[in-house]
Design a protein around this ligand. Structure first.
Ligand code: BV8
Ligand code: ZN
Length: 290
């Protein structure tokens, strides 16, 4: 069997993936602390959905049409070219509609369910893909909204919407490989509010850059963060605020903080109590399987 260089390296990656296991002594210490915890916070970012095939924002597969997502996830771009922004979201909706929660999402949801009688587990996600809900997580805060909800720009009505496509004009559009940086879709062909006295243009019900998080969530955060004993920070580059500040605030308020990330950690960059390197679909089941 002639192994080419590629097949060897992908073979090694698979083996590595299969036999990846966290440093057992660190894991034992973490699990001991987690066992005693009454309030657990899970803060997740795009990395937890990577193994479900959902591109991360800043990973190698993260860019869309050479545009930084933050150039699309903002109100000014929507004002200037709503068709282009809707193509971006149509692409992601269609991709996520085909995605399934992975072992990481499921480990978190099953941990919450198994400890319903003795711990309060709160999941705060930056993700808008709805995969935590699909995995069964109940106590969930979708900090940045959800791409399967629309909000009317005129009457502010928020509705669930999993239509595929969300409107005929978007069918077959949104390919990330196409090099067009504008859209030909006319605004009148984009999704509009069905209320007879409204008809306003719909937007995805997500928080764009430059928009504030729902202030009602902050009161909830104060309680959750002040009472947290152990926090798991999963698959986030901690670049986007205010979520990026949460791990430091949690640590400062006395919580044990464990990071789960695929990146190798440089010795100096360790900021919190634990760092478990690896794909979260592998590391989370090991960390939460009590
Ligand atoms: C706010 C929804 C008050 C949309 C998102 C200038 C003007 C205006 C605002 C600002 C400004 N400068 C700074 C700001 C604040 C701004 C901000 O933080 N900007 C950053 C870029 C510096 N924040 C805001 O605007 C927020 N609002 O501050 O309001 C305000 C208002 C006006 C002016 C000032 C302040 C609102 C931010 C919300 C933006 N919306 N999403 C959509 O999704 O379309 S954020 C977007 O990024 C996603 O939600 C995503 O989750 C989030 C963060 O990214 P990550 O989740 O961390 O993902 P990333 O790809 O970066 O990293 C993935 C990680 O996973 C990596 O570490 C990787 O190693 C790891 N990984 C990969 N694979 C795996 C893995 N780990 C484990 N296993 C694997 N298999
Ligand atoms: Zn409306």
């Amino acid at each position: 069997m002639n192994f080419t260089k590629n097949s060897i390296s992908s073979h090694r990656k698979t083996l590595n993936y299969l036999f990846y296991s966290i440093k057992q002594d660190e894991l034992a210490k973490f699990k001991h602390l987690l066992k005693a915890a009454k309030q657990v916070v899970v803060l997740s970012g795009a990395g937890i959905s990577a193994e479900s095939g959902v591109p991360t924002f800043r990973g190698p597969d993260g860019l869309w049409r050479k545009l930084d997502p933050s150039m699309l996830a903002n109100p000014a771009s929507f004002r200037d070219d709503p068709g282009l922004v809707w193509e971006f979201y149509h692409y992601r909706r269609e991709l996520v509609l085909r995605a399934k929660p992975n072992a990481g999402h499921i480990a978190v949801a099953e941990y919450e369910k198994r400890h319903a009688h003795d711990k309060l587990v709160t999941v705060i996600t930056q993700n808008v893909d709805g995969l935590h809900t699909q995995a069964g997580t109940k106590n969930l805060i979708e900090l940045h909204g959800n791409i399967f909800k629309t909000r009317c720009t005129k009457c502010n009505e928020v509705l669930e919407n999993t239509d595929s496509p969300i409107c005929p004009a978007l069918a077959g559009t949104g390919s990330p490989k196409c090099d067009k940086l504008t859209s030909d879709i006319r605004e009148k062909d984009l999704p509009h509010c069905k209320k007879p006295d409204c008809g306003g243009l719909l937007r995805p019900h997500v928080v764009w850059f430059g928009e504030t998080i729902d202030f009602r969530l902050f009161e909830k955060f104060d309680v959750v963060i002040s009472q947290c004993n152990v926090a798991l920070v999963i698959g986030t580059s901690s670049i986007v605020y205010p979520a990026a500040a949460f791990p430091t605030i949690l640590s400062a308020s006395g919580s044990i903080v464990a990071e789960f990330n695929i990146e190798k950690q440089s010795p100096t960059s360790r900021k919190f109590d634990f760092y478990f390197q690896g794909p979260s679909a592998v590391t989370l089941p090991q960390a939460l399987n009590d």
